[in-house]
Design a protein around this ligand. Structure first.
Ligand code: HAM
Length: 394
């Protein structure tokens, strides 16, 4: 938990630096909140149940819908755009495996009320900075659904729905089969070419001149100006029914099949909850996957102090421990009554410094400080010791 809290803290700091403020929503909701946009099919993937009053409710599978409902209920007259972030647990009825859990945590952000390349860029930069703040290696991929939609536009509605379902499942073999059987060979070639295009030039060579090209050019120039590393991937097909423009995903190394650590894009949800049609853009980071990518860490004993004392030094030791804690030093004191040498043995396993207090120290109101990694020790008057040695550990 210490490692998780540290990463979470860094993310909060970073999100605040971008002007985003934290919001919180309930852990369970009326089922309809999620089926309104995503349809009944989503229920299979959720912890949905009837409560004692016969109401259909669900543990939240994600937080965007609730954040947008919060916007409609509480903040729709606020000055826009609204910048919000959140950190919370979500629940999905999945088969658990490494990196895929039934309860997992998301750190997400939503920018509500702006529909420009600058808004898309800000959200992508924030996503990039949050992931960078953790120290993991990742690949950030950026696309725009207009490209794929343009290629699929000649399809009749029903076929388009089927193609979207196949794309959502990333079933590329199924997609190829569907297109060749339906005599859409050209479309298949275009999709293949699109999946291999990673520069604007190559992408536009496949899609031709479409209105969204300008937006994509501007977005890329903003991301390039910020100097972040990203890959253009026009084949990203996440949530074709859900997202409306830019989409982006990030992947970490060494996670196996569940290597997607972030997903997001531009969408419109506010009108479903009674608000005006409002453009939004956001993302969520799979926090647990980030922690798996970071690997296990031993809890650090740096900056921890153990106050070890003899029975004669005990009362003064209590006073010293209080003083150190007040000065911001993490201070442990013996509560077992064991010998000074046993206390020191314990300290060497759990702390960076030991403060040793015997009869002499108690009489002189001084303390002996032992640096447990170097093995050096010195005796100093109490005030000076606190000031000199521990002011930096706060
Ligand atoms: P999502 O792609 O469904 O998007 O989830 C975001 C991230 O949550 C995934 O990239 C993944 O890292 C993590 N995740 C999903 N399911 C699990 C699981 N079972 N176990 C562990 N991690 C998981 C959304 O949820 C959208 N609400 C993102 C968004 C915000 N779009 C706009 N604003």
């Amino acid at each position: 938990m210490e490692a998780r809290r540290a990463v979470e803290g860094d993310m909060r700091t970073k999100a605040r630096q971008y002007g985003y403020r934290e919001v919180c929503t309930p852990e369970f909701e009326e089922l309809e909140l999620f089926t309104l946009r995503s349809g009944e099919g989503i229920v299979n993937e959720m912890y949905a149940f009837q409560d004692k009053g016969g109401r259909w409710v669900s543990l939240r599978p994600e937080m965007t819908a609730a954040v947008l409902r919060l916007y409609v209920n509480e903040a729709r007259v606020w000055p826009k755009p609204i910048r919000w972030f959140y950190f919370g647990d979500c629940f999905r009825y999945e088969r658990p495996q490494k990196g895929r859990y039934r309860q997992f945590w998301q750190f997400g952000a939503e920018l509500i009320g702006a529909d420009t390349a600058a808004a898309d860029a800000e959200v992508i930069l924030l996503a990039h900075d949050l992931l960078s703040s953790t120290g993991i290696q990742f690949d950030l991929q950026v696309g725009h659904l207009a490209l794929m939609r343009h290629i699929l536009s000649p399809l009749p509605d029903e076929s388009r729905r089927q193609v979207r379902a196949l794309l959502d499942k990333r079933d590329m073999a199924g997609l190829r089969r569907f297109l060749s059987e339906g005599d859409y060979g050209l479309m298949e070639d275009q999709l293949t070419a699109l999946s291999k295009a990673h520069t604007l030039e190559d992408i536009f060579a496949v899609t031709g001149d479409i209105p969204e090209n300008e937006r994509l050019i501007e977005l890329c120039s903003l991301l390039d100006a910020a100097g972040i590393d990203y890959t253009l991937n026009p084949a990203i097909s996440r949530g074709l029914d859900y997202y409306t423009g830019v989409v982006f995903e990030a992947f970490a190394e060494g996670l196996g099949a569940e290597n997607q650590i972030l997903g997001g894009g531009a969408y419109r949800l506010a009108h479903l909850f009674g608000g005006d049609d409002t453009p939004s853009c956001g993302f969520a980071i799979g926090f647990d996957r980030v922690m798996v990518a970071l690997g296990d860490r031993e809890p650090s004993s740096a900056r921890r102090v153990v106050v070890a004392s003899t029975p004669a030094g005990r009362l003064f030791a209590t006073e010293v421990a209080r003083l150190l804690r007040r000065a911001g030093v993490v201070t442990e004191m013996d509560v077992t009554g064991r010998s000074l040498s046993a206390q020191m043995a314990h300290a060497s396993k759990t702390a960076a410094f030991a403060v040793i207090i015997g009869q002499e120290e108690a009489q002189k109101r001084s303390i002996t400080i032992k640096d447990l990694s170097r093995g050096t020790q010195q005796t100093l008057p109490l005030d000076e010791a606190v000031r000199e040695l521990f002011s930096g550990t706060r």
